[in-house]
Design a binder for this molecule. Structure first.
Ligand SMILES: *Cc1c(COP(=O)(O)O)cnc(C)c1O
Length: 387
């Protein structure tokens, strides 16, 4: 097999069947058969790696996992039904009563709910530090801190966290560094190179990239992934073989898609910067991004997400959405079709204005997930809606 991870993501596959099909077969089966009692006994005793039951092993799912491991440079992985089930598994496999989790408030909304509402039910404590305040992370570490969990770039504020510093902290205090790499994808950023022990993904976003299926995956150190495997084997948040088959095909085009998403996004960000209706525009690969130095150090491209703050506030945000002709108005991101969202009136509407401010969401904040349409069509639709 080639050393190039892009080739591996295309060429790694399950064994061909007798039909010698070119595309990978889809193993839609809940269980697998054995020829005799001895073969069955050995499989259940973990003496062989034979497939037993699709809650914990299936060749279609394994192909997706193997490709993700190649892309992220990881030793092992486990795939789940959604990004959230991957994140929950990465918490509950390691955190127990009395442990402390260190994170920042500008994380995905449902992850925030897990950390603040559900983990405390099991006696798991947490501290949120401001994402961009590097000193705050170390100052918040306690004797019972077990894990650092972070997202970079953050959603939707596009704040960046220095992965090298996070990796050094994790090593110094012997913590598990767990990184949600959903926004950057392995094409844009490789957290394991900076010392991440676990990388979690919502495969629903850029990895599928076509808005078709839900999925999630955790990759990382072999011994940690084994714990996640044992947790998921019992609790059952497994990825369906069908979704895995779809996602596996998607990974074959991830590199070319992310290259175009990023170049479209950079072009549009450059053209919109300084527009009269926009107070502040953020894109990691623009020199105006407050943490551009971190972006240049750890990101291979700027990604497909742009955010900007409309001077007119909440009402301007609503009007902007109403005036769009082409861009989709939906809560998702990471699709071939460009998407606009207005967090203050939708995904984050239930928060108080203070809570929104704390996670970097101003009343006029717009998030654009830049698609694969012609870049001038995307730009023109945004420009006419800004009028
Ligand atoms: C969407 C998302 C998730 C959750 O993924 P699902 O597949 O919707 O469960 C987690 N993290 C980030 C950054 C996301 O954007």
């Amino acid at each position: 097999m080639s050393q190039h991870r892009i080739t591996q993501a295309i060429r790694i596959r399950t064994d061909r069947t007798e039909e010698k099909e070119h595309s990978s077969p889809l193993f839609l089966t809940s269980s697998f058969c054995f020829d005799d009692a001895e073969e069955m006994r050995a499989a259940f005793a973990d003496e062989t790696d034979a497939n037993i039951y699709s809650r914990f092993s299936n060749p279609s799912v394994q192909e997706f996992v193997d490709r993700m491991c190649a892309l992220e440079g990881a030793e092992a992985g486990f795939a789940t039904a959604s990004g959230m089930s991957a994140i929950v598994a990465s918490f509950l496999s390691f955190l127990k009563k009395g442990d402390h989790l260190l994170s920042c408030s500008s994380i995905f909304g449902s992850t925030h709910t897990i950390i603040t509402k559900y983990l405390p039910k099991f006696g798991i404590e947490y501290t949120y530090v401001p994402a961009g305040d590097q000193k705050a992370w170390e100052a918040a570490i306690r004797p019972n801190t077990k894990m650092i969990y972070l997202e970079t770039p953050t959603n939707p504020g596009l704040e960046l966290i220095d992965l090298e510093i996070a990796g050094q902290l994790a090593r110094k205090y012997k913590l598990i560094l767990n990184v949600d790499n959903c926004f950057a994808t392995p094409i844009g950023q490789l957290p394991i190179q900076y010392g991440a022990d676990l990388v979690v993904h919502s495969a629903t976003k850029w990895l599928d990239g076509q808005g078709r299926v839900l999925g999630g995956v955790v990759v990382g150190k072999k011994e940690l992934i084994h714990e996640i495997y044992l947790f998921c084997r019992s609790t059952g948040p497994s990825l369906s073989p069908f979704n895995a088959w779809v996602l596996s095909r998607s990974l074959e085009t991830l590199d070319v898609r992310m290259e175009r998403h990023s170049s479209n996004a950079l072009y549009i960000a450059q053209k919109l910067e300084g527009h009269a209706a926009i107070a502040r525009l953020k894109y990691p690969f623009l020199p105006s991004h407050p943490q551009h130095d971190i972006a240049k150090k750890q990101m291979l491209n700027g990604g497909g997400i742009i955010s900007f703050d409309l001077k007119g506030g909440l009402e301007a945000g609503r009007q902007f959405l109403n005036k769009l002709n082409m861009l989709s108005k939906t809560a998702n991101l990471g699709d071939t079709r460009s998407i606009a969202s207005h967090p203050a009136s939708t995904t984050h509407a239930k928060l108080t204005p203070e809570e929104r401010a704390a996670v970097g969401i101003t009343p006029g904040l717009i998030r654009i997930s830049v698609g694969l349409e012609h870049r001038d069509d995307i730009l023109q639709d945004i420009l006419q809606a800004l009028k």
